[in-house]
Design a protein around this ligand. Structure first.
Ligand code: NAP
Length: 317
């Protein structure tokens, strides 16, 4: 890769000496950028593998590193001779530490985005070790800290995608919930997406980016034993629809994904979970497919809502 970069640079210099046309200069710069982009992606992967072989950092060390600020890209950028000022396209994904958010983060990484993934507790899995993944250890209820992290991410990268995915679920008869749980439901599932979108919207308009809200089929129906959960999801659906209308003329793609029962940890507080049959639940990767489909549309086309359901409805208690 270095040889190829060197050769392109040499060709570029020769052409410069020969007083080239504007077209030749532009073509050379574009070729250099392509090579350098690939180069940047290769360097950190190698670095991370070496780091891992030399002895993995403990969770506490990694957490400490994250607490002092989001892992910086400066080191990576310095490896490139030419594009020191070029930022990478990036996504912010809340709830990246498990389930759907984890799968969406992996997919966005595979599509070539840097990912700033927010969560409170990350396992040291393959995602953590990817150079393009920046774990942001933050409780979404700490709005001040969250906004500071988001500002830092926006200063370091071209944030062009926001995936509002994080969520909590409390179920049961409504009188069995308590004010703390209700407040958490509202704040994580509805307040946080609205705050993050507000913080990033100017930048997303400049980037002609995307806001993808992971809602739920509960937003579309009546939910006995899940009144509060259904209500906040309906709120998020309403926010998504209105934001689409508000932001569409600025080139921002706003979309809502409505998954049905998906095999994740969401039901850890419930007295039910998905059925045992494979056709009674979705996998997180299948929700990530919907996100990829939304992002794969050409400029000018927005898939603003997608509902994904398993073939049969069955839960087990
Ligand atoms: P999950 O595995 O429990 O994931 C929830 C994520 O949200 C976790 O990464 C969790 O991170 C994060 N989160 C929750 N509270 C947080 C807080 N205070 N601060 C920071 N992060 C927080 O469940 P999931 O099914 O993937 O849920 C993802 C989204 O899909 C949710 O919005 C959910 O409502 C929606 N959804 C799920 C289903 C389903 O059947 N599973 C169906 C429809 C919609 P930490 O644990 O690290 O804090």
């Amino acid at each position: 890769m270095q040889d190829e970069t060197g050769k392109l640079k040499e060709d570029f210099n020769k052409e410069m000496d020969a007083a080239p046309s504007k077209e030749i200069i532009e073509e050379s710069i574009s070729e250099l950028k392509t090579v350098i982009k690939a180069d940047i992606k290769e360097v950190p992967v190698v670095k991370n593998k070496m780091e891992t072989q030399a002895g993995q950092k403990t969770k506490a060390e990694r957490k400490a590193q994250t607490r002092t600020g989001i892992k910086t890209q400066v080191e990576i950028k310095e490896k490139s001779e030419f594009n020191k000022n070029e930022k990478m396209d990036a996504a912010i994904v809340t709830g990246a530490s498990s389930g759907i958010g984890h799968a969406v983060s992996e997919r966005l990484g595979a599509l070539g985005y840097e990912v700033y993934g927010v969560g409170r507790e990350f396992a040291q899995d393959a995602l953590w070790n990817q150079a393009w993944f920046h774990p942001v250890v933050c409780d979404l209820l700490d709005t001040e800290k969250l906004c500071a992290y988001i500002k830092e991410a926006a200063a370091q990268s071209n944030i062009c995608i926001l995936v509002n995915n994080a969520g909590v679920g409390y179920y049961g008869l409504h009188e069995e919930l308590n004010p703390k749980k209700i407040r958490e439901l509202v704040r994580v599932n509805l307040e946080t997406p609205m705050i993050l979108t507000q913080q990033l919207l100017r930048q997303l308009k400049r980037q002609k980016g995307a806001v993808i809200n992971i809602v739920s089929v509960t937003a579309q129906q009546s939910n006995p034993h899940g009144c509060a959960y259904g209500a906040v999801k309906a709120g998020l659906a309403s926010f998504s629809r209105s934001l689409f209308d508000e932001a569409r003329k600025y080139g921002v793609k706003v979309a809502a994904v409505y998954p049905d029962m998906t095999k994740t940890n969401l039901y850890r507080n419930a007295d039910f979970r998905e059925g045992e049959e494979e056709d009674s639940y979705l996998l997180p990767e299948e929700v990530a497919d919907a996100v990829e489909f939304i992002l794969g549309q050409r400029d000018g086309v927005v898939v603003s809502e997608i509902t994904v359901r398993p073939q049969i409805h069955r839960i087990r208690r």
